[in-house]
Design a protein around this ligand. Structure first.
Ligand code: SAM
Length: 269
C-alpha cells in the first residue's frame, strides 16, 4: 500500500517511523510519503490560511495550495490505476471504525489531507472528487486541533491489517471490534500478583472451557461498557450456553437480535 499525507506539520507524522508501522515501511509493505503543504504555496510568507467568508472566528485553509499539493500527489500514479482514496479528517466526517479500517486496508493508495484552523475551503473537496474518491472521516465526537493525530490513528489501524505487518495474524481476529464485541480481559505471569489471582479457568488447560469463558467475558464486558454494540450483534446461531449467558445479563433473543428485558434495569451484576 502507498500512503501520502499532506500537512503543514510534517514532523507530526514522525511516529510513523517507529514500531510496527516503521518496520512495515522498512520491509516495503507500506510506502509512506509526507508532504509539506507550504511547499505548494506561491507567496513569500508561504500562506495557507485566510479569513472566513461570512465572518466568524478563526481562519480557513486556502484552496489553491491544497489543489496544487493534491494534484501533484494525484499525478504521481500509473495510467489506468484506480483513483486513490482521499481521506479528509474532520469531526464532521463519517465515523472511522474497525470496519472502515478493514475496508481501507484493501486499497492500493490512500491520501490524507490534514486540516488545521477551522478546516479546508469546502471547494477543495468538490474539486478533489475529479481525482480521488473523497471520504471525510472523523476519529470520534470531539474536536482536535488538526488532522495529524487522526492520521496517526487511522494509518496505524489500517497499516496493522496489511498482510505481514503483525507477526501473528490470529491476534487480529480476536481483538476488540473485529467481531462486533469488546475483547475479553487478558492476563500474564505471575498467576498470583499482589493478592490478585488469574481466573482459575485460564490455568485449567481446558481449551473448550477457556474459549467459552472468554466469549462470556466478551459479552459481559460489552454489555457493561458498550451496550450499543450489542444492538447489532447477530445472536441467531449462539450455542445454548451463550444464550444462557445473555439471559443472565438481562437479554432476550428475539428474531436473532438481543433485546434487553424491560425488568433487567440495565443491571448486569
Ligand atoms: N471547525 C471544524 C468543525 O467544527 O467541524 C473543526 C476544525 S478542527 C479545530 C481542525 C482540524 O482538526 C480539522 O480540519 C480536522 O482535520 C481535524 N480534526 C478535528 N477533530 C477531528 C476529529 N474528531 N476527527 C478527525 N479530524 C479531526
Amino acid at each position: 500500500m502507498r500512503v501520502d499525507v499532506v500537512s503543514i506539520f510534517p514532523d507530526y507524522l514522525a511516529p510513523l517511523e517507529l514500531s510496527l508501522i516503521g518496520k512495515a515501511r522498512q520491509d516495503g509493505l507500506l510506502e509512506l510519503n509526507v508532504h509539506d503543504l507550504r511547499d505548494f504555496t506561491s507567496d513569500r510568507h508561504r500562506t495557507v490560511d485566510d479569513t472566513p467568508y461570512g465572518g466568524g472566528a478563526g481562519m480557513v485553509m486556502k484552496p489553491e495550495p491544497w489543489a496544487q499539493a493534491l494534484a501533484a500527489v494525484a499525478a504521481d500514479r500509473p495510467s489506468g490505476a484506480a483513483k486513490p482514496v482521499l481521506i479528509v479528517p474532520s469531526p464532521a466526517g463519517e465515523r472511522f471504525s474497525q470496519a472502515a479500517a478493514q475496508e481501507l486496508a484493501g486499497e492500493e493508495r490512500l491520501v490524507f489531507a490534514c486540516g488545521r484552523y477551522e478546516g479546508i475551503d469546502e471547494r477543495v473537496m468538490e474539486w478533489a472528487a475529479e481525482h480521488f474518491t473523497v471520504r471525510p472521516m472523523s476519529l470520534g465526537d470531539y474536536v482536535l486541533n488538526g488532522g495529524e493525530v487522526a492520521v496517526l490513528a487511522m494509518v496505524e489501524a489500517i497499516g496493522r491489517l496489511l498482510p505481514g505487518v503483525v507477526g501473528n495474524p490470529e491476534s487480529l481476529v480476536e481483538e476488540s471490534h473485529s467481531d462486533g464485541l469488546l475483547e475479553y480481559p487478558v492476563y500474564t505471569k505471575p498467576s498470583s500478583w499482589r493478592d490478585r489471582e488469574v481466573p482459575a479457568v485460564l490455568l485449567s488447560g481446558n481449551h473448550g472451557k477457556i474459549a467459552q469463558w472468554r466469549r462470556h467475558e466478551q459479552y459481559r464486558r460489552t454489555d457493561e461498557r458498550r451496550p450499543d454494540l450489542l444492538e447489532h450483534f447477530d445472536a441467531a446461531k449462539l450455542p445454548r450456553a451463550d444464550r444462557t449467558a445473555f439471559a443472565d445479563l438481562g437479554y432476550d433473543i428475539v428474531d436473532g437480535h438481543l433485546k434487553r428485558r424491560a425488568d433487567s434495569g440495565g443491571d448486569s451484576a
